[in-house]
Design a protein around this ligand. Sequence first.
Ligand code: ACO
Length: 319
Amino acid sequence: MNHIRLSGTGSALPARIVSNQELETFVDTSDTWIRERTGILQRHIAAEDETTSSLATRAGQAALIAAGLTPADIDLLIVATTTPDMVFPSTACIVQQALGMTGGIAFDLQAVCTGFVYGVATAERFMRAGGIRHALVIGAETFTRLLDWKDRSTCVLFGDGAGAVVLSMADQPGLLSSHLHADGNHVGTLCVPGAVRGGSITPAPFVHMDGQSVFKFAVRVMDEASREALAHNQLTVADVDWFIPHQANTRILGSTARKLGIDEQKVVVTVDRHGNTSAASIPLALDVAVRDGRVRRGALLLLAAVGGGFTWGSALIRY
Ligand code: ACO
């Protein structure tokens, strides 16, 4: 069993849906502006008693059921998140407790919107090194808690949710390769510049973003990382059945698809209903496409993401 396959997917969304029309009632924005510039129609927002770990746990449970496994089967648990429940312990350990796991390896991973791809790549490297039969990789966020609801340039973009996959050692190839990058020269372009210091968060606990720089960078590097994954496996864009990029907004998705030369019909889009859920966006989109029957066994999936840092990367998976 030298290979790694994707043996189950799952996801979880808060029940509360906030439409663009509802945002119009308390932010100086319009449904038309949000639709035209981002393609977002609505987003899910966590209830007071919901946490990143509670969403992650629900997504993880669904992925375990889909894989036909129990929490005791999991040797490695990675939670990719920018919005952990607390400073420490890790959200992964909180999820472990909620799932009833008492062993294995568990840690959080911070690569913002690239977190899930970083998580899959990290699990892959652990698994190829030996000793891990099944890994649970979760991307989970309560990202809306980082938003300044008076800042219309950012607060309309994001949503909350979680998605998860189980990776299992297998006889047949599944996860073909993963490719990671980072360039810390862009730290200030997209950040929440806050740290806990002396009992308060300074200098600011809200998302700060240079939207146009993010847009250009995102399209360039998601294209590059996608090409890197295909070239590494001697495959072409024509071989891809489903492109599942980070769901930032539909204009970024469309521009990336055109640059890459992939048919837009092959792009899985959930940002219209979920908003940008950061590390949760790719596994949420993947789970939606698996459960609605688009993604079938044998399909070639190309994942690509970009996030604050900047971080970016890709993964190629034979489902
Ligand atoms: N509602 C109404 N008007 C708005 C809103 C809003 N929510 N937000 C900004 N505006 C106004 C601005 O004030 C500005 O008005 P002005 O011309 O009178 O000054 C006008 O709209 C244009 O603003 P721009 O910032 O130039 O708009 P732009 O066309 O760049 O679109 C957007 C902004 C949608 C954020 C775009 O830059 C973008 O998609 N960037 C990518 C950012 C992104 O997706 N970030 C997510 C996190 S990063 C990641 O996931 C990798």
